[in-house]
Write a protein that binds this ligand. Structure first.
Ligand code: GLP
Length: 242
């Protein structure tokens, strides 16, 4: 079942998405949320921070991030460890010990990927997974062609994704790492609820395809059609091609 909610603008999308996540957190007792990087969820994190400041108890919330670049030194400001710490952990005041990001600088990346899957399972699985979507339909860093049953693993970034993310690396696509570690599409589908946010005209094609297009690895976000409890919250610009 996919529910699609169209709201006027990005702020309204953030407020609505934050409200849904806050319900999951409030339901406790040991809520587990999946968090995403990218610009799309930032308004959601701002609103969640406001709700936490107004008394939403986040102290027992565990969080798992979707992905990480391979090969950035720990502490690089654009590593997803740093981004999640800045935008999620500190803003919402989550307990840093309960916030997990895949390890992109491990000597043994495959073992680190398995350990990440094990950590999610040990936490009882993800109650609600927040997602953005790439212009090419990627979720996490599962680029087109990714297996719909995949688990956390090392992937190569699509050239278009490196161009899209060059803005975080001084505008130079070559400065964007080539490889990443990402939860698989199978991992994402194991979350009990999925919540995808998208705003702006650049996402209109991806939003139309993920909700109405045929299911397939050409657009990883179409995998959301397989999930029994998916909510897609978009602004009018991103909904333009529905
Ligand atoms: C990034 C992230 C994704 C994110 C997507 C869209 O590369 N790995 O998790 O959803 O691209 O980013 P944005 O929201 O900035 O458009």
């Amino acid at each position: 079942r996919m529910e699609i909610i169209v709201l006027p603008d990005a702020d309204a999308v953030g407020r609505h998405a934050a409200g849904i996540i806050a319900e999951t957190i409030a339901a406790g007792p040991q809520p587990v949320i999946g968090v995403a990087t990218g610009s799309s969820p930032l308004a959601t994190y701002r609103e969640l921070a406001a709700l936490a400041a107004r008394g939403l108890d986040v102290s027992r919330t565990t969080a798992f991030a979707l992905d990480e670049y391979v090969g950035l030194e720990p502490g690089h400001p654009q590593s997803y460890h740093a981004v999640i710490d800045r935008e999620v952990t500190r803003r919402i005041r989550l307990d840093p010990a309960r916030v997990h990001v895949p390890d992109g600088s491990a000597d043994h990346l495959e073992a680190a990927c398995t350990a990440y899957e094990d950590a999610i399972a040990a936490a009882g699985g993800v109650d609600i997974q927040l997602l953005g979507v790439g212009a090419n339909g990627h979720i996490g860093f599962n680029e087109p062609g990714s297996s719909l049953g995949s688990s956390t693993r090392v992937k190569t970034l699509a050239p278009g994704t490196r161009r899209d993310n060059a803005r975080f690396f001084g505008g130079d696509p070559e400065a964007v790492p080539i490889h990443c570690v990402t939860q698989g599409i199978g991992t994402i589908l194991r979350a009990r609820r999925l919540l995808l946010v998208a705003t702006g005209a650049a996402k209109a094609d991806a939003v139309a395809t993920l909700s109405e297009g045929p299911l397939g690895a050409y657009c990883p976000a179409t995998a959301l059609q397989l999930h029994p409890d998916t909510t897609v919250v978009v602004d009018e610009a991103a909904a333009a091609k529905l």
